[in-house]
Design a binder for this molecule. Sequence first.
Ligand SMILES: [Zn+2]
Ligand SMILES: [Zn+2]
Length: 265
Amino acid sequence: MEAAVKFSSFLLNPWSLTFPMWVAAAVAKEAALQATDVCITFACQRFDPLPSRTGTKPLYKNVLDRKDYAFLLMNSFVEMIFSSHLCYNAWYSSYIQRSWPSFGILNGPIALLLLILFNDMLYAPAHRLLHHPAVYPYIHKHHHRSIYPSRGNIDARNEHPIEQMIAMALWMTAIYMVAFSTGMHAATIIGHLAVMTMGASLNHAGFDLEIRFLGVDWYSTGAHEMHHRRPDKNFAQFTMFWDKLMGTYIPYTDELSDANAQKAK
Ligand SMILES: [Zn+2]
Ligand SMILES: [Zn+2]
């Protein structure tokens, strides 16, 4: 019994923070997320909105309701626990390197790219499974209330808490996979947290942003909008490599009719 209490306590609060400190950290985390959105909006002023956002297309889920706010609150709590564990691992885990001289190409930039790739490798099939008709109405349907998400991290985090816990468990699995295969520096974990936070916001902000390098389309915000308009396509978060492999990739287009968007409802 004592062991179970200790385990639960560690699970909820790995740093053993006092209640006021825990709340202060949660508020700081939330402020950082909102500040990220403000910075992204400012930095993206030079980008046009996605072409599908122009004209008179209706935003089918424009106003947040009580359920949205309840899920956002629960997800903020889950995020706080997850980010505490992420930082705890970065600070204490024996499989993580922490000294600056140990930072290198392999456990830094390459590990970061692998982390993005492995995380999507796990996430894309899980996301596809959440679209299975037997489970879709109970968990993932909530995130698809917005067909043209535009509120950045609010729309990104507006999902069922079970879905968020699944995504974070897969994220932690990807960290272990990369750490055990190539090594991992603590800075890489924090860098990946920043990439995930900014990427999730950008995917739901409506700016037309694309990263192409060596002739390869590494990332585009339009890809995730296509998922909201065509929920049977583009299941990964950032790289569309796994969707191309699964045969579920669809490139961005403004040609789809609203009838297609209606299917997402
Ligand atoms: Zn989304
Ligand atoms: Zn989906």
